[in-house]
Design a protein around this ligand. Sequence first.
Ligand code: 5GP
Ligand code: SF4
Ligand code: MG
Length: 450
Amino acid sequence: CGVFGVYHVAEAASLTYYGLHALQHRGQEGCGIAVSDGRQVKSHKGRGLISEVFSEAPLQRLSGDIAIGHVRYSTAGGNLLENVQPMLSVSHRGTLAMVHNGQIVNATRLRNALEDAGSIFQGTSDSEIILHLIQRQKGSLLEKIRQTALQLEGAFAFLIMSENSIYAVRDRHGLRPLSYAKVQDGYCISSETCTYDVISGRSIVDVQPGEIVKFSDDRVEHFRYAPAERPAMCAMEYIYFSRPDSALDGVNVHLFRKASGALLARKDQGIEADIVIGVPDSSISAASGYAEASGIPYEMGLIKNRYVARTFIQPTQQLRDRGVRMKLSAIRSIVEGKRIILIDDSIVRGTTSRRIVQLLREAGAREIHMRIASPMITYPCFYGVDTSTRQELIAAHKSVQELCDYIHADSLRFLSVEELRSICKGGLCTACFDGQYVTELYDYAEKLNE
Ligand code: 5GP
Ligand code: SF4
Ligand code: MG
C-alpha cells in the first residue's frame, strides 16, 4: 500500500490526488482521500485506480488544508469496500481518519481482545485495529497513539488525521518507508519520496523507526515511542516494490538496483554473451548496472505494454497468468541469434520467468543466461508485501539447477543475502530469503508451513 498526507497546504485533497498518482504502483485495488478544513472531516474512497475513483466532482467537495490518502494492495483482509482506506472513526471527541501501509502480525489476538471488550469491526483488515486501539487509550491524542503503537507488532507506517493535526508513525524496525517534506508553508508525508518531485517538496526527512511525528499548531515535533531496534527496511522495497526515483532511508532505489546488477556481473567474470536485457520495468536498473560492470551492451529486447497493470499485484493466480501473457513482447531483430544475459529482479512463483524465457526463445535467442537481482525467495512475507504461501514460492521447493531447468534457461544465478546486504549500510529485512523474521510472528507462525 501507499500512504500520503498533507498538512497545512491549500487544496490539500488535490495535492493528495497527485501524491497518490505517484504512489499508484504500490496498490491498485482501492484508494481514498480524507480531508479536514479544521472543523469537519470529509472523505471519498472506492475500489479501483485513482483515476477511476476520483473525478472532478468528489475532489471539489473535499475542501480543506489537511488531508490523508491511501492506495490499497490487499495482503491481510480481502478486497472489500469496507477495507478501503482512509478509515474513519467518529465519536463525541471528534473524528479521526487513518491510512496504513504494512501488516500487523499480532492482529488476531488484538482484534479478539477488542471484540471481547465491545468493539464492533466494519471490515476484515488488520488496519482497522489501529483506530479501535486508539479510541480505547487515555490521555492526549499523542499519548493514545503512543500507547497504541506500543501494542502493535509487525510492519506499519500509518497516518492519523484529526480535524487539525496529523501524526505519522513508523514501526520500530522501519520495515516500511515513510518520510515528509516541506511543501509551500506546510508539509507532505509520503510512503515514497518520488511524490515530492511532483509537488515541489523540499528538505526531505525520514520518519525514524519507532518514531511518531506530530504535525500540529503549524509545527513538526518528533517523539520516540519505543527504543531503537535493529533497523530492517524491507529489502523488497529496494528490489521490486518502490519506484526507482525514490530514496528509502536516504538510499536511491535505482542506484541500489544498479549496484545489485554490478554484483551479479562481478560473479560472472569471463561469461560470453552478446547483450544484456532487463525485464521491464523493475529490472532495467539492475540490467544497466550489469551492463556497465561487465562491458556487455544493454539492449531493449523486451517491450512492455504499459496499459496492462502489474501482474503480481493482481489478487488471483488466474488474473496474474493472463496479465503476464498480455504484458511483454520480445523484439526479434534484437534477440535473434544472440547470447543473452537476462536480468530480472526476483522469482516468486516462476511463472513470469518461464514465460519470458519462452518468449525470447520463440524470438530466436541462442542462449539465455538468467540472473536474478535478489536471493531466492523461500519464505513468505508477513509484513505487507505479498500473500504467497511457501507452497507457491517455487524457490522453496527447487534447487537452483531444478529451477533453471523449470524455466528452460541455459544458466541461472541469484544474488546472495550477503551481497544484498553489502549494497546499503542501513539494515535490511531479508526474511523472505533466509527466514530471519525481525519480529515474533504470532498469528502467522503456523502459516510458515502452508
Ligand atoms: P515470477 O517469475 O515469480 O512469476 O515473477 C517474478 C516477477 O514478478 C518479477 O519480474 C517481478 O518484477 C514481478 N513481481 C511483481 N510483483 C512482485 C512482488 O510483489 N514481489 C516480487 N518479488 N516480485 C514481483
Ligand atoms: Fe520485505 Fe521480504 Fe521482509 Fe517481507 S519478508 S518485509 S518482502 S524483505
Ligand atoms: Mg518484473
